[in-house]
Design a protein. Structure first.
Length: 463
């Protein structure tokens, strides 16, 4: 069966053939390749190299706030379930010290164009605590007038003044975890949040002048049916967020303890997941949302779509972004940074985090230094992830290679994608076709030289 929509044609046969287990490429190399030979001082050296502010890119800052009041059974995040709000004060004090350690290396008042608070549940923090956090961030970094300040919001934590308070602190983008509106599904994953709660939060976000509102959905959750998820989509379309992320639930109970609380026999079959996915694509496209890539949709006038059309879309650890070429500074437990040609990830537990900072050390657990070949492959993979053309001449000039010689085996491996109409290859560029946009992860994997090597990670499929 084929489902058509304004600019995409999705066939079940293509999904079955090209939807492979693979990384989501929020980085290349992917985080499962990071290793512990990369230590805090390695990260420090990369920060030092950025101390000369005349030649350096602006910053994007991510802060991981790990606390949550209750456990969602599908969760794969690094979080701490607690009702003890006293823990926030201590965590904030350490965040302040971590910012000081970073700024001692890269310099104070570095220009920042983007901030994202993720978790965990950032809104576990109350107004005064979030105010303190923003004051610290502004003390250490110089946010530009037009900086994007984003925050993940759990609708269950929204009080009447939460959205206006966040707006008052400068936040102009938010993202709500919706997942599914069906009461049976919500019960099965231990996350009860009625439709009215989300609807109200979106209305208040608009009133508080948030410029972009995102909602996350997850399909493949226990008790979902085609009809029930169709109702969830219809309701969300009526609520009308600017962006929708439609994630595929990966059930990995051996890796994520919380998922052991999900009854496996309640999970939809692979065939049903495929039907849910195809129905969701069609319904979102029919409702006027455009497909940005991987799991992301937006309204046509959203800046993500504008960036997609004028080829300034980029991908980083937060997904798709319009802010190119920033250094990413991750703060807090398990946060990932990207500085120069390096990636690094923070220690996972709060106790290890506090110990490192008490010892005056950057709280890094592992990382990766990219070779020139890694940087080149990253460039190609991220271009494909954004469905933009990979132009050989431009790559040749940028990296001093001859594309068709350097990537001769990869071009050969792309042939089945060309034959299936997912890309075009004309000796000058790789171009993703409209129907190939759904499979960019698979075409990107052709350029991933680490895929054959052992990994600690369990990859997921798109569907
Ligand atoms: S899904 Fe979000 S709110 Fe739920 S436990 Fe995980 S981090 Fe916390």
């Amino acid at each position: 069966m084929t489902h058509t929509a304004p600019d995409m044609e999705i066939s079940e046969e293509l999904v079955r053939r090209f939807d492979k287990l693979g990384p989501r490429y929020t980085s290349y190399p992917t985080a499962d390749r990071f290793h512990t030979a990369f230590v805090d001082e390695t990260y420090g050296t990369y920060l030092d190299q950025r101390a000369d502010r005349s030649a350096n890119p602006p910053l994007s800052i991510y802060v991981h706030l790990p606390f949550c009041e209750s456990l969602c059974y599908f969760c794969a995040c690094n979080k701490i379930i607690t009702k003890d709000h006293e823990r926030v004060g201590e965590y904030l004090r350490y965040l302040d010290q971590e910012m000081a350690l970073v700024c001692a290396r890269i310099g104070k008042d570095r220009k920042a164009v983007q901030l994202h608070l993720g978790g965990g549940t950032p809104t576990f923090f109350n107004a005064e605590e979030l105010g303190r956090l923003m004051a610290m961030l502004r003390k250490h970094f110089a946010f530009t007038e037009d900086a994007e300040l984003g925050v993940e919001i759990d609708p269950r934590t929204v009080q009447p003044d939460t959205l206006s308070m966040l707006s008052g602190l400068g936040f102009n983008r938010n993202s709500f975890g919706v997942q599914d509106f069906d009461p049976e599904v919500q019960k099965a994953v231990n996350r009860i949040q009625p439709l009215e709660m989300v609807e109200q939060a979106v209305i208040e976000s608009r009133r508080a002048n948030f410029q972009s509102i995102n909602a996350d959905l997850i399909y493949g959750l226990p008790k979902q049916t085609l009809e029930s998820f169709g109702r969830t989509l219809d309701n969300l379309i009526r609520v009308s967020p600017d962006r929708i992320a439609l994630y595929n639930y990966a059930h990995l109970p051996s890796r994520f303890k919380a998922q052991r609380l999900i009854v496996s026999s309640d999970l939809p079959s692979a065939e049903l997941r495929l039907q849910i996915f195809l129905m969701s694509m069609r319904r979102l496209l029919d409702a006027g949302y455009v497909y940005i890539g991987l799991d992301h949709f937006s309204k046509p006038d959203d800046e993500l779509n504008k960036a997609r059309l004028d080829r300034t879309l980029h991908r980083n650890f937060q997904g798709y972004t319009t802010r190119a070429e920033c250094d990413l500074i991750g703060l807090g437990v398990s946060a990932i940074s990207k500085v120069g040609n390096s990636y690094s990830q923070g220690v996972r537990t709060v106790s290890a985090y506090y110990q490192h900072i008490d010892a005056g050390r950057l709280p890094i657990e592992k990382g990766f230094e990219l070779s020139q070949d890694d940087v080149l492959r990253r460039d190609i993979i991220m271009t494909l992830m954004c469905s933009a053309p990979v132009e050989f001449d431009a790559i040749n000039r940028r990296y001093g290679i001859h594309f068709t010689d350097y990537f001769s085996p990869e071009l050969e491996r792309l042939k089945p994608y060309e034959e299936a109409g997912l890309i075009t290859l004309d000796g000058e560029a790789i171009r993703v076709t409209p129907k190939g946009r759904l499979f960019v992860r698979a075409s990107g994997m052709v350029f991933d030289k680490y895929l054959g090597q052992p990994t600690t990670s369990t990859y997921s499929k798109l569907i």
